[in-house]
Design a binder for this molecule. Structure first.
Ligand SMILES: Cc1cc2nc3c(=O)[nH]c(=O)nc-3n(C[C@H](O)[C@H](O)[C@H](O)COP(=O)(O)O)c2cc1C
Length: 179
C-alpha cells in the first residue's frame, strides 16, 4: 500500500477480532516508531509491549473505574462488561519516556508512524488517551515496567479489525499562504 492510500485509510478502529498479532508484525510496528524524527535526534521514546490478555483486561478495569466518576454515558458504559477502553484489542503498546521538554512530541510522532505502519500491514489501531486516567498510579505503572522519572505519553492499541471504518475526507484549514 503506498503512502497516499495508507494515510487517508488509517482510521481509529474500535472493534477487534480475537486474533493475536504475530511477533514479526509487532517488531515492524516498533521499527516504524523508531524511524520517526526526534528532537535533537535524542530518540527518547521507550516501548512497553503488552500482549497478555489478563493484563490488558486488568488495565481496562482500572481505567473503567475512573471513567465511572465522569458520570453520564461514560459511567453507564463503564458499568457494563464491555471493554470500552481497549475495545478487545490483543496488543497494547505504551510509548513512554523521560520528562524532557520534547519527549511528549517525540512519542506522538512515533505513534503516528506506528499507526500508519500497522494500517499498511492490514492492522487497525487507536490512540487511547483515556489511559491518562491512570497516569499517576505509580504502582500500576511500575507493574508495567514504567520507571520512576518516566511518563506515559502515547498508549496505542493494535489488532485485526472486525471491520474497517470508512475513509473520511478532511480538508486542511489553511489559515494563510504567503507567496
Ligand atoms: C491524543 C489522542 C487521544 C485519543 N484518545 C482516545 C480514546 O481514549 N479512546 C478512543 O476511542 N479514541 C481516542 N482517540 C482517537 C480519536 O477519537 C480519533 O483519532 C478521532 O476521532 C479521529 O478519527 P480517526 O482516527 O478515525 O481519523 C484519541 C486520539 C488522540 C490523537
Amino acid at each position: 500500500m503506498d503512502v497516499e492510500e495508507c494515510i487517508p485509510s488509517r482510521r481509529s478502529v474500535r472493534a477487534y477480532q480475537d486474533k493475536e498479532v504475530p511477533e514479526g508484525e509487532i517488531r515492524k510496528i516498533l521499527k516504524a516508531g523508531a524511524m520517526a524524527p526526534s528532537a535533537k535526534n535524542l530518540e527518547p521514546v521507550r516501548y512497553i509491549v503488552i500482549t497478555d490478555k489478563e493484563k490488558i483486561k486488568e488495565l481496562s478495569g482500572k481505567v473503567k473505574e475512573k471513567l465511572k466518576h465522569l458520570g453520564g454515558k461514560y459511567k453507564e458504559r463503564a458499568e457494563t462488561e464491555e471493554d470500552i477502553v481497549f475495545y478487545g484489542a490483543p496488543l497494547l503498546i505504551l510509548l513512554v519516556g523521560n520528562r524532557e521538554k520534547w519527549t511528549r512530541i517525540d512519542c506522538a510522532l512515533a505513534a503516528e508512524n506506528m499507526m500508519l505502519q500497522a494500517r499498511g500491514m492490514g492492522l487497525g489501531s487507536c490512540y487511547i488517551g483515556f489511559m491518562n486516567k491512570i497516569e499517576d498510579e505509580r504502582e500500576t505503572l511500575e507493574s508495567l515496567g514504567i520507571e520512576e522519572g518516566q511518563e506515559l505519553y502515547s498508549p496505542l492499541i493494535f489488532g485485526y479489525p472486525e471491520e474497517w471504518p470508512q475513509d473520511k475526507e478532511r480538508e486542511p484549514e489553511v489559515q494563510n499562504w504567503i507567496k
